[in-house]
Design a protein around this ligand. Structure first.
Ligand code: SAH
Length: 340
């Protein structure tokens, strides 16, 4: 069976030719698929062809396993279930400037970051491009909201599922599809240096976020196994290359974990490393995960950390925690469902 929703218009054209149909239908089909339509809903496609497509192609189907709506803000969190029973989380966030969606790229994760809920049961499988896309169509269909921007910050390591994620980026950016501009898409990675270099060569205008979480290899390797494979120096070199090729600034994520990475010395070390690089640091108060012993840093510790970074002329924001009452950080809902 052909995974037609993971296909570009050109690939659908090739497929149409291969089944003895005319290629010009490809664009119409692509438009329908991007709108989340089923074959039966493709009213400008002859019924005979729709039936043939049903025989030869499949569409990813998701069911809403759970849906949580925040009482504090308008954040909606979905636990979606694919037809093989695997589940991922998707979060819809409303901002003044529009709706943003946080998508999962894998079922589980094999990166092993010690503070993260998504990786606790390892990696189950990669998501296909169509399954990443389907999270948007299912969310739009259920909520009635249009999505204006995307963050690949849900369950999974996007660069560990490189080909499918890249395919998704091109599909979602297609002017016949959802037409979401690359500049409205952020990809977050724990720092797979070889893949960051590959991504730089693609020269896309997406925002690259690096989950840094420590100012040096010693602390980083205590909480992030990937730090044992690639040093911070190698990571920064790849980030520099990314900026040189794409002209895009890098943004760094830094989860503030009490007593682990939040000391004034850590702030100074980070400041020295990033000084003069025109980057942006996002401080995220750790979202404590039940099964782990970490706590989030105190407010005044975060504010002192911020001041030190600002002395080094680094742009810092403290991430507002949307949907904190519904565990909007990804991974926790899926885990709860797994142990049931
Ligand atoms: N694998 C990718 C994207 C998924 S996680 C990555 O590592 O970037 C999205 C962000 O949430 C990452 O910065 C991740 O480190 C962070 N994160 C994970 N668990 C967290 C927690 N308990 N509290 C705060 N941030 C967390």
């Amino acid at each position: 069976m052909f995974d037609i929703k993971s296909a570009t218009i050109n690939e659908i054209k090739e497929f149409m030719t291969s089944i003895g149909e005319s290629a010009y239908r490809a664009e119409q089909i692509f438009v329908w698929l991007s709108r989340g339509a089923d074959f039966d809903e493709m009213t400008n496609i002859p019924v005979a062809l729709r039936n043939k497509l049903k025989e030869k192609c499949y569409l990813p189907k998701v069911e809403i396993e759970r849906k949580l709506i925040s009482k504090i803000d308008e954040t909606i969190k979905y636990l979606f279930k694919f037809s093989d029973g695997e589940m991922v989380e998707t979060v819809l966030l409303s901002y003044k400037h529009g709706n943003s969606i946080c998508l999962s790229t894998q079922v589980g994760c094999r990166m092993g970051c010690s503070f993260c809920a998504s990786t606790m049961n390892g990696l189950s499988r990669n998501l296909t491009a169509s399954e990443i896309l389907e999270q948007i169509t299912a969310t739009e269909r259920d909520s009635g909201c249009d999505v204006q921007s995307i963050v690949l910050m849900g369950i999974g390591e996007p660069l560990d599922n490189y080909d499918n994620v890249l395919k998704f980026l091109h599909l979602v950016n297609d002017k016949n599809g959802l037409n979401i501009g690359m500049r409205h898409i952020s990809l977050s990675t724990c720092g797979l240096v070889d893949k960051i270099k590959m991504l730089a060569k693609e020269n896309l205008q997406i925002t690259l976020s690096i989950s840094l979480h420590a100012p040096n290899d010693k602390i980083r390797s205590l909480i992030m196994p990937i730090a044992k494979k690639y040093s911070i120096d190698e990571l920064f070199t790849a980030c520099r290359e990314y900026t040189e090729t794409t002209g895009r600034r890098i943004s760094y994520e830094y989860a503030m974990i009490a007593g682990v990475n939040d000391s004034p010395e850590c702030a100074r070390e980070l400041g020295r490393r990033l000084f003069g690089t025109l980057t942006h640091v996002n401080l995220i108060p750790l979202n404590p995960v039940e099964e782990k012993s970490y706590n989030k840093s105190d407010k005044n510790v975060i504010s002192d950390f911020t001041k030190v970074l600002e002395e080094y002329k680094i742009r810092v924001t403290v991430r507002r925690r949307l949907g904190s009452d519904i565990n909007a950080s990804c991974g926790q809902l899926r885990n709860k469902q797994l142990v049931k």
